[in-house]
Design a protein around this ligand. Structure first.
Ligand code: ADP
Ligand code: ZN
Length: 733
């Protein structure tokens, strides 16, 4: 490893970045014998604590030797690669988060730093080497007999086979009759085999695959955007690029927005490469997390598929990054460091000098603009392979084709469901609302049940017998009496959630077997896999699902998709509402008719003339994109201009207002920069904190980060007040 150290290493003073909300590193003394260079992971004292940090480089000489504290130890792991340290700097500079907070994501598995526990096996020592006066007993003889005609054994297995107590084994080992050998644990991941063959590719798949393979072989930074209709074989195509990376001896990273639920993806990977890939997401068990982190660092994990945080893993031999479903808003982290994983994947690829492939059936406007500008290579898949065709999409105008009172399915949709069930095929009814009803109100006085901590209605979850806040997790029971007018039993549900829709399914189609699929009913990979199995085994006739069924799944018998409230995502009117609604509805529609049975999609809407609905009905994506692009260009909105959201929050409204006004007063007056607000945030109260928003809008060529830093750095806030900065916000709540 010595040859990895810079010329002036090992350092005797090191500058160590700690995973704390701090921007600057601290200096420590280091014994040169530790051999510390950039990227070394070390334990250092901080106050009375010990902390894990990463060496950025040599320390300065501005602190006197005797005031400097020493590095306690260095961990026996490969150094954090330069590309990751550079990425930490990049993300920090881009998001205005402290560098230490970003570093925290890169060393998020502290246990991984300790060497994995090795197992000990025992062999017998030949009699000539026994110490003098060795005492032999029947028990000891049995132990030696077991070892003489078998393999080396772990102490507990040896004790069991020889029918002796553990103390016998221990005393024999201590007496020098048994030799201890340490066995390193086997690597947790087997190597994927790139040479197994996948499906023979169609002509257009081959062209796209070849472009990706060539990018991998070139081993230079490039961005390809693979834009292909749902079911056109995009996954199949980027598997080819992964195979090329593996053959070239490189690692591959695949980002997937909801990997915890992507059982089907893992199966397909295994079918293609013979083994499961390494997986990374926030719900991993600590042991798996540790093993995975280390396996990535040591190179025994060759392909890793993960959620956005996988971007910070210590790959040393990365050859390819794939961002699947690149348009997914889930790539934007909202809490803590507000980064866009798709964008930062491009940054990491550039730092690594490797290609990145952005995959989508409905690419983001940002990506399409980059293709149009020639910065990204555009690759296209226009057709589904074989006999699968794209579903037909029709609008149901709810102004004319009205559901019965208290019901949510329009007669046109009900007829289509009946027909599909009669044909023995499956139906997905899509409604992106968890629970029974989004709003509960008093029939007598109109009083609405609200969360005490948030500006939000409580959502009834009838299966749980509770009302819940989807923002803070508050939950309570339905009160018998209205707190406002004191009427008894006067609360009624307003609007549908998936549970209420399932009730309608049950009463209209009593013979159909239905399953609710939402994040409340499908938790974790096992339940997701079971759900997929049940649907494919045709144990389910009607799926009543939220967005968790919108993506990635491939159900051959599903031929009808009914979108119960296509307008839902358009409300609120944030920047990307139209784009997001289009993407989501297009994805959901793509679940229909993926095998040889043609699919049909019916969308219930009050605004069929809306450009989103019109484009979906006409199957004319480009019309919508052109419209949306023009709107954004005219308004100077991203990707044609830049935005940053500032949220000021405090435990009471007065302090929130005062701080927000002080920040607004200090706002820069610059050409091309506009500051809007402060105004109460749409979620004016969240988890008990009062929130005010400012929005900064700037022309594209403005260095927005510098503007923000110059403006906000001198501002001192009271302790109780928090300011969070979101560069390129996706949420405007
Ligand atoms: P996408 O990622 O674009 O939605 P997939 O890669 O999931 O598409 O492919 C959709 C289905 O078509 C999958 O079941 C896949 O195995 C199958 N498929 C893709 N390409 C081919 C091909 N060339 N020949 C046969 N089947 C294919
Ligand atoms: Zn709440």
């Amino acid at each position: 490893m010595d040859d990895l150290l810079p010329l002036d290493a090992p350092y005797d003073r090191v500058s160590v970045l700690l995973p704390l909300p701090l921007d600057g590193p601290y200096d420590y003394k280091a014994d040169p014998a530790l051999g510390l260079g950039r990227g070394a992971v070390v334990e250092v004292p901080l106050g009375k604590r010990r902390m894990t940090g990463v060496v950025l480089g040599p320390g300065g000489d501005d602190v006197a030797e005797e005031r400097l504290r020493g590095v306690i130890r260095s961990f026996d792991v490969p150094p954090i690669p330069d590309s990751v340290l550079d990425l930490v700097d990049w993300v920090a500079a881009w998001t205005l988060a402290p560098r230490g907070s970003v570093l925290r994501m890169a060393i998020s598995s502290p246990g991984a730093l300790e060497p994995p526990p090795s197992s000990v096996v025992l062999t017998s020592v030949s009699e000539v080497a026994w110490p003098p006066n060795t005492r032999m007993t029947p028990a000891r003889r049995r132990v030696l007999a077991v070892l003489s005609d078998g393999p080396a054994l772990e102490p507990k297995d040896l004790a069991r086979e020889a029918a002796v107590g553990p103390s016998v084994i221990k005393s024999m080992a201590d007496a020098g009759l048994l030799d201890r050998h340490e066995l390193a644990p086997p690597p947790p991941f087997k190597a994927p085999d790139p040479n197994r063959s996948g499906h023979p590719l169609t002509g257009e798949q081959e062209i796209a695959a070849d472009a990706l393979r060539r990018a991998v072989t070139a081993g230079a930074f490039s961005v390809a955007a693979l834009d292909g209709v749902t079911g056109s074989g995009k996954t199949e195509v980027y598997f080819e690029a992964i195979a090329t990376a593996l053959t070239a001896g490189r690692q591959a990273l695949v980002l997937l927005p909801e990997i915890a639920l992507s059982a089907q993806w893992l199966e397909r990977f295994e079918a293609r490469f013979g083994v499961q890939p390494a997986v990374w997401h926030s719900d991993l068990k600590p042991k798996v997390r540790r093993e995975t982190w280390r396996a990535v660092a040591e190179g025994t994990a060759r392909v890793l598929v993960g959620a956005r945080s996988a971007l910070f893993l210590p790959f040393h031999e990365l050859g390819l990054i794939v961002v699947d479903e690149e348009h997914e808003p889930a790539y934007k982290q909202e809490d803590g460091v507000a980064y866009q994983a798709r964008d930062m994947a491009v940054v990491r690829a550039r730092l690594e000098e490797v290609p990145v492939a952005l995959i989508s059936a409905t690419p983001s406007l940002e990506t399409l603009e980059n293709v149009r500008g020639g910065r990204y290579q555009g690759l296209h898949l226009a057709a589904r392979p074989g006999s699968a065709t794209l579903p037909s999409v029709e609008m149901i105008d709810l102004r004319r084709d009205r559901p019965d009172r208290g019901r949510f399915l329009a007669p046109g949709l009900v007829r289509a469901v009946e027909q599909t069930l009669a044909d023995g095929e499956q139906v997905l009814l899509f409604l992106n609302r968890r629970g029974y009803a989004p709003l509960t109100l008093c029939r007598g006085c109109g009083y609405r049940l609200e969360c005490p901590n948030c500006t939000a209605w409580l959502v009834e979850h009838r299966l749980l017998g509770k009302l819940q806040c989807h923002h803070c997790g508050f939950s309570g029971r339905l009160p018998r009496q209205c707190p406002s007018c004191e009427a008894e039993d006067s609360f009624v549900a307003s609007g549908p959630g998936v549970e209420r829709l399932a009730e309608e399914v049950l009463s209209r189609f009593p013979d159909a077997r239905f399953q609710i699929a939402s994040s409340d009913t499908i938790v974790g990979p096992d339940q997701a896999a079971e759900f997929v199995r049940a649907v494919n085994a045709r144990e389910v006739d009607v799926i009543v699902g939220t967005q968790i069924v919108a993506k990635g799944h491939h159900f051959p018998w599903l031929t009808l998709v009914g979108v119960v409230d296509a307008d839902l995502g358009l409300a609120g009117g944030d920047l990307r509402a139209g784009e997001r609604t289009y993407q989501m509805l297009h994805q959901v529609a793509g679940r229909a008719g993926r095998a040889d049975r043609p699919g049909r999609v019916l969308m219930q809407t009050h605004v069929p003339e809306n450009p989103v609905m019109a484009a979906l009905a006409a199957g004319d994506r480009d019309r919508f994109l052109d419209y949306e692009t023009e709107q954004r260009r005219e308004a100077g909105m991203p990707p044609f201009g830049r935005l940053a959201g500032l949220v000021v929050s405090a435990p009471d409204p007065q302090r929130a207002d005062a701080a927000a006004r002080a920040i607004a007063r200090a706002a820069p007056r610059l050409d091309g920069v506009m500051v809007l607000g402060p105004a109460p945030a749409p979620l004016a109260l969240l988890r008990g904190r009062h929130r005010r928003r400012l929005l900064v809008k700037a022309r594209k060529e403005i260095n927005l980060q510098r503007v923000l830093r110059d403006w906000l750095a001198p501002i001192r806030l009271e302790n109780a007040v928090r300011l969070s900065i979101d560069v390129d916000p996706y949420s405007f709540m």
